[in-house]
Design a protein around this ligand. Structure first.
Ligand code: MRU
Length: 351
């Protein structure tokens, strides 16, 4: 059972996925989304296939291919699948192997919650170091990186929340995050629930906010971090990094080491998901674009207009002040520094 994120903030609706195709659809329609949560959902999906005594390898492949950019999805899927396969290899019956796959999914879920707490602490310590003034931090964030995408309180959002709890958050600037409005629909929802001081802005308004000196730091999450420190995250992250560099504002990426993909050398090798143009040409739910559902969108462009709709963009390491993980921060961002953090991590490695 999932919280259907396509219905937020209007409705807190549950979505029950009783088989793998339903879960794949939930992933593709963004009912369940955000890198760490995709990993957790993928692992539970494998456990579900195993419990239904289905072909676990095919289910794992289907799940892993549901969306291409967030490395956590494949990580979670392969972790649970390996637990199942190893159990079968050791002579366990399918029921026992399914129980072990489920235990692995639960372990990943728990570890992600713990990682979230560590990232919040390291991230806040870094902010306090970079921004020593006593007036509280004015932070800008993009997309949605809170409890909705994590076993815990999230990645970048968890840092802002820690600042808020420590009475050091003066303002959270929330980018609406066109075209699917994860900032407006989800981050504003989480900020409101936590009583944080926040304002919503259109993505295009960020430039004038920087120019007015209203942003002390940018905090974003990541979907895949390449070995050289290039970061794929929600489209619109890269322009923020360019703005931040120009205005001498720290640009901080917060992500667990499970989002680091040391097998991908650099940003050019990251596959960026291209989403249906209807998400740009109509104001509608992501369901309509991917699933051809009955949702009726409001056209904002002439019928037949072609659209460019990458879901993510890639920010090069030289624009990133620091990457914060559950093992600490790397700054300046270098491949060697990242590899060291990953080597320190107790996360299970999947080859
Ligand atoms: O397309 P989405 O909504 O799954 O994209 C999510 C993001 O880009 C998040 O910023 C990223 O996954 C980090 S979440 C902690």
């Amino acid at each position: 059972m999932l919280l259907d994120q396509t219905r937020l903030p209007a409705e807190e609706a549950e979505l029950v996925c009783t088989d793998v195709p339903a879960l794949v659809r939930a992933i593709r329609t963004l009912a369940v989304r955000g890198a760490p949560l995709l990993g957790i959902a993928g692992a539970y999906g494998v456990a579900l296939a195993a419990a239904r005594e289905e072909d676990v390898a095919s289910a794992a492949e289907l799940l892993e291919r549901a969306r291409p950019t967030a490395v956590n999805l494949g990580y979670g899927v392969r972790r649970a699948e390996r637990a199942y396969r190893e159990a079968i290899g050791k002579g366990a019956d399918p029921e026992r192997a399914a129980a072990l796959a489920l235990a692995e999914a639960r372990a990943l879920h728990r570890e992600d919650a713990e990682a979230s707490g560590h990232m919040a602490r390291y991230g806040l310590a870094l902010l306090d170091e970079l921004l020593p003034g006593g007036g509280g931090h004015r932070l800008l964030t993009h997309c949605n990186t809170g409890a909705l995408v994590s076993g815990g309180e999230g990645t970048a959002f968890a840092v802002a929340l820690a600042a808020h709890r420590g009475r050091r958050l003066r303002q959270l600037w929330v980018d609406e995050t066109r075209p699917l409005l994860q900032g407006a629909r989800l981050t504003a929802y989480e900020a409101a629930r936590n009583g944080m001081p926040y304002s919503l802005l259109t993505d295009n308004a960020a430039g004038s906010l920087f120019a007015a000196g209203e942003v002390d730091a940018v905090l974003i999450g990541a979907d895949r971090i390449a070995a050289d420190g290039s970061v794929a995250n929600k489209v619109g992250s890269y322009p923020l990094a360019v703005l931040a560099k120009y205005h001498h504002v720290p640009f901080i990426v917060v992500a667990p080491t499970t989002t680091v993909d040391l097998d991908t050398a650099g940003g050019a090798s990251i596959i960026v998901e291209q989403r249906p143009g209807i998400e740009v040409t109509e104001l509608t739910s992501p369901r309509a674009g991917v699933a051809g559902e009955d949702a009726v969108g409001l056209p904002v462009a002439p019928v037949g207009t072609a659209a460019y709709n990458p879901a993510f963009d890639v920010t090069p390491p030289e624009l990133i002040t620091a990457i914060v993980t559950e093992e600490g921060a790397v700054s300046p961002v270098t491949g060697v520094g990242l590899a060291e953090l990953c080597a320190r991590s107790s996360q299970v490695t999947i080859s």
